[in-house]
Every structure is written in structure tokens, then in C-alpha cells.
Design a protein around this ligand. Structure first.
Ligand SMILES: Cc1cc2nc3c(=O)[nH]c(=O)nc-3n(C[C@H](O)[C@H](O)[C@H](O)COP(=O)(O)OP(=O)(O)OC[C@H]3O[C@@H](n4cnc5c(N)ncnc54)[C@H](O)[C@@H]3O)c2cc1C
Ligand code: FES
Length: 501
């Protein structure tokens, strides 16, 4: 079973499920770092909040992240500079540094036990050739007054040709932070409900959010759901990718704290340490593919383990998991009011969303309190940037168009249910319709339509996570069809198996 080290080790929250109908000023959907930090700041400002979380607090991507906080970005600041300009990249770095400072303040103010510490960030290249990425990033970081240094060796046993170090970044246990902060939210202004999945948003005079055990009527709604739920034009500018992670328990040795990123293009690796009691772990993350577009999902774990054992004295791989992120077409996240009046978004974080999630909460707190925020214009959700988005936009949307072609007759994984092994799923064509069929370990078949309930793409079986993943906008469904994540609100439609099949 895949499960992250953070979700497994952070203290649990125990908020009730919604039971009845409520009215509020602001409803927040989603209890990850974005939703909880926004709820905290808005409740502190005196706003009345209801937060609805489908599962448990930090049970989404936040609890599956690496737990690194930094001013830089996954795609590198010099890319932002070349796509936009020097001033934009400098503002990105400054705004992100402010968000990291807020996390530190909250940890100190509320004594949140989440192993927060300031650490250096390293970007390194293992190749012998001069690595242009490193050179450009050194120049960019120096331009933005980040404390940058060039190195030719690292404090970990990885041989590098060249590296860059930026002091003063940070690390924590993300699930422990978010769950700890959730407990500190002013409960006179904010009610939190777990296990309360929103199935539908009705736009009447106000906004009515429906769950299976009650409704919440709100003047404004924040979709802190990682990617917006429902159908938005913005989804054509958000590209879903999955990435893989392991936490390897070390037999001996340890290595200094830090965020270590490899520039290797085809299997970008990120390393960090974490200690739990007397046990020291190294977390290795990497691998990268579009959601629902992979032949062998499990292979990534093998490559990560190989990398861990290459550098460190590994005892065993105690945790392994994967998670997804959404790349924005023009390199910057979308934060603010959506094309639907009174519905606010925070999305397109790539793998930088712990910091962007906190930054979103800061921006939304100001916007919903009618205060000016110095970063609002930079990240505004309604922007359209055809020139900066063109290359990604065309490539990614052609890719989506290709996924729709999978619905043509004859394109299925299997012709009969007999071809499905226990514990596996396959797309099978039944009466000219594609079914997503899962055979559980006891041999029982679970049949549902393979048509994604978001916008009708055909889902793909993910053998590592035992889920149905949609290749178009990243919706994922359990083997038995319930929504896990992504823009879809509804489960896959059930199908009754013909006993003759
Ligand atoms: C492998 C990986 C590693 C990463 N590492 C880092 C890192 O080190 N540093 C960094 O800055 N970023 C990192 N990121 C990115 C970061 O994890 C995410 O951007 C961030 O956690 C997003 O937070 P969120 O609160 O917006 O979304 P989430 O944490 O996904 O929270 C959304 C919540 O909404 C809930 N929800 C969804 N639908 C509904 C519904 N219908 N009703 C009610 N609730 C609903 C979900 O259950 C979930 O809890 C990483 C990403 C990946 C994939
Ligand atoms: S996620 Fe959009 S069609 Fe499936």
C-alpha cells in the first residue's frame, strides 16, 4: 500500500462531519495548506467561515509533499525571468519568501510541533559538462538578492560537478503543520468539518454547497481543492502531472539538513532528511509523467530506491507514495476571484504549492477583507497571457485532444473480463461502451463506465495506486469509482455486469 511518511506520522485531527444546514459569510472547500491557512487568517480577521474537507485535514497533496519551503521555484527563477521579465521573477521570489516567513511566525506563535527549521537549498548537477541551468540560476538568484553561493561539492555523498546553495530556506512536516494550525483556528469564527465532501455548488442569490449530510450557504466560496472543482476555462491552462516518493530508513549515517535538487532532466530527483525518534530517513522524490498517461506506474519506485541505495546505507524503504501537481501554462499560479463571481481559486502551484498555498491564503485574506495586496495583480486568476502560454497551451491541449480519441471503438485494454487478474483493472469494451473494470483480490468484479465524469475523457488504470486516472485534467477515482481528487465532482457511473460476460 502507498502512504506518505507525513500522513502516517503526524497527529490526527478529529473534526465532526457536517450534519444539517448552515449559513456563513465564506465557505472554504478543502483542508490542505491553502484552505487551513486561509481559514486561520480569515477567522483571525473576524470573518465567519465554514470549512468543508472531503476526507481528513491534510489528507490531500499537502500530506504527500516533500515538506520544503523556499523562495525559488521548481521550474527555476530564470525561466520565470525569461518568460516574463526580471521584475516579475524578483516579485515571485519576494512574495514566496514572505509566505515562508509567515509559516515560521505561525509555528513560533502557536508552538506547532512540526520540525520546522531553516535549511539551505541546493541545486546540483552530476554531469561533467558545464550545466547552463546552474549558471543561469546563480545569476538569477543574485539578481534577486538571495544569499547565493556556487559550490563544487555537497555535504552529502553525491559527486557533483557544480552546485548552487541558497541559505535561509526551510523544511517541516507539512501534515503536522497543517493539522496543528487547524487546531489553533479561532473556533468562534470558524467551523471545520471533515468527511464532508461537497458534491455540487448551486449558484443562486448566494452559493449553496451540497454534501450528503447537509448544505452550506455562503456569500463567497474559496475552492482550496488544489485544482478547481467543476468546469472552468482555466483548466485548459492547467496541466496535471504525477510524481513519486519514497522514505528510506537509513541503517547508518545521516546527512546534513537541506533541500537537495538534481538538475537531471529525465528523472529530476529531490532529496531531504527527516528524523523520527532514533530513526533517520532520507526522502527521495522524482519521476514525472502526465496523469493517466503511463504504461508502468510502479517502475518509478524502483528507480527511486536505486537512487537512494546508490548514495546511502539504506535499511528498508518504509514509505512510498505518489502525488500530483498542476503546471500553469505561463509559469505562475492562479490566485483570486474566478470567472464565476464570488468563487475564489488558488491553483497551478506546480511542486511549489506549500509556499504558494500559504501565499494564496495571504492574498485571499486581503481580497476578502477589501484590502490591497501587493501580489494580487501578479497572480490574478482571471489573467490570460496568450504569448507566455502559447507553447505549453498548444502542446498540452493537443495532448488532451489525443486522449479523447481513445474513445473510438476497438481501443480498449482487454476484450473480456477474463483477461483481468485479481487486484487489477482494465478498460473493456462492452456493447460499444468503455467500462472501467476492477477485479478485487477476492476475484469480485467492480464495473463502472470508463468515461470521466468531468468532461468525458476515458480513464486509465494506475497499477501503482490502484486507481482510475483521467489523462485530460487529472481527475482520479478509486478502483470502485469514488472521486479521489481532481476537477470531477461525481463518481464513475456504475454498470451492472452481465452474468454471461
Ligand atoms: C510529489 C510532490 C512533492 C511536493 N513537494 C513540495 C514541497 O516540498 N514544497 C512545496 O512548496 N510544494 C510541494 N508540492 C506541491 C504541494 O504539495 C501542493 O501544491 C500543495 O500541497 C497544495 O495544497 P492545497 O491545500 O492547495 O491542496 P491539497 O493539499 O491537495 O488540499 C486540497 C484538499 O481539498 C479537499 N477536497 C477536494 N475536493 C473536495 C470536495 N469536493 N469537498 C471537500 N473537500 C475537497 C481534498 O480532500 C484535499 O484535502 C509537492 C507536490 C508533489 C506532487
Ligand atoms: S478530468 Fe477532465 S475529463 Fe477527466
Amino acid at each position: 500500500m502507498t502512504r506518505s511518511i507525513w500522513k502516517s506520522t503526524a497527529p490526527k485531527t478529529n473534526f465532526p462531519a457536517l450534519n444539517g444546514n448552515l449559513e456563513t459569510e465564506i465557505a472554504i472547500i478543502g483542508g490542505g495548506i491553502t484552505g487551513i491557512t486561509a481559514a486561520y487568517l480569515l477567522a483571525r480577521s473576524g470573518k465567519k467561515i465554514v470549512l468543508l474537507e472531503a476526507g481528513t485535514i491534510s489528507g490531500g497533496t499537502t500530506g504527500d509533499s516533500t515538506g520544503n519551503l523556499y523562495a525559488m521555484v521548481d521550474k527555476r527563477l530564470h525561466h520565470i525571468q525569461s518568460k516574463w521579465d526580471k521584475e516579475t521573477a524578483a516579485r515571485v521570489a519576494r512574495s514566496r519568501a514572505q509566505a515562508v516567513n509567515l509559516v515560521e511566525e505561525l509555528v513560533n506563535e502557536h508552538k506547532i510541533d512540526c520540525s520546522f527549521k531553516r535549511v539551505p537549498w541546493y541545486l546540483f548537477s552530476e554531469t561533467d559538462k558545464k550545466d547552463k541551468t546552474i549558471e543561469k540560476e546563480i545569476d538569477a538568484a543574485a539578481n534577486y538578492n538571495l544569499p547565493v553561493e556556487e559550490l563544487h561539492e555537497l555535504p552529502i555523498p553525491v559527486k557533483v560537478s557544480t552546485a548552487i546553495k541558497v541559505e535561509g530556506q526551510a523544511q517541516f512536516n507539512p501534515a503536522a503543520f497543517v493539522r496543528g494550525l487547524a487546531e489553533k483556528i479561532d473556533s468562534t469564527n470558524c467551523q471545520i468539518f471533515e468527511n464532508s465532501e461537497v458534491h455540487h455548488i448551486e449558484k443562486e442569490e448566494e452559493l449553496v454547497l451540497s454534501t450528503s449530510s447537509g448544505t452550506v450557504t455562503a456569500k463567497k466560496v474559496i475552492l482550496a481543492t488544489h485544482t478547481p472543482k467543476g468546469i472552468y476555462g482555466l483548466q485548459t491552462a492547467l496541466y496535471p502531472y504525477r510524481e513519486y516518493a519514497i522514505a528510506a530508513k537509513l541503517r547508518s549515517g545521516n546527512f546534513p539538513d537541506g533541500i537537495y535538487w538534481d538538475t537531471e532532466a529525465d528523472f529530476h530527483t529531490s532529496l531531504r532528511t527527516y528524523s523520527k525518534g532514533n530513526d533517520n530517513y532520507v526522502l527521495v522524490l522524482g519521476g514525472h509523467h502526465k496523469v493517466g498517461q503511463e504504461d508502468d506506474y510502479s517502475r518509478f519506485f524502483g528507480k527511486l530506491e536505486q537512487n537512494a541505495r546508490r548514495y546511502f546505507d539504506v535499511d528498508e524503504i518504509e514509505y512510498k507514495w505518489s502525488a500530483q501537481h498542476y503546471k500553469p501554462a505561463d509559469g505562475l499560479p492562479y490566485i483570486g476571484e474566478s470567472s464565476d463571481e464570488n468563487i475564489y481559486l488558488a491553483t497551478g502551484f506546480s511542486t511549489d504549492g506549500l509556499t504558494y498555498g500559504v501565499l494564496s491564503a495571504m492574498i485571499l485574506n486581503d481580497q476578502l477583507n477589501d484590502r490591497k495586496n501587493e501580489w494580487s495583480d501578479l497572480y490574478k486568476a482571471s489573467r490570460f497571457t496568450p504569448i507566455k502560454s502559447t507553447k505549453n497551451f498548444i502542446r498540452e491541449n493537443l495532448n488532451v485532444a489525443k486522449q479523447y480519441l481513445k474513445d473510438i471503438p476497438g481501443k480498449a485494454d482487454a476484450e473480456s473480463f477474463k483477461e483481468i487478474a485479481a487486484g487489477q483493472g482494465k478498460v473493456v469494451e462492452v456493447d460499444d461502451e468503455k467500462w472501467a473494470v476492477y477485479k478485487d483480490e477476492s476475484g469480485q468484479l467492480h464495473c463502472q463506465s470508463a468515461v470521466c465524469t468531468h468532461m468525458d475523457c476515458i480513464v486509465d488504470w494506475n497499477d501503482a495506486e490502484k486507481s482510475w486516472d483521467c489523462p485530460c485534467h487529472g481527475s482520479r477515482f478509486e478502483a470502485t469509482g469514488q472521486v479521489i481528487e481532481g476537477p470531477a465532482f461525481s463518481p464513475l457511473d456504475k454498470r451492472n455486469m452481465n452474468p454471461k460476460e
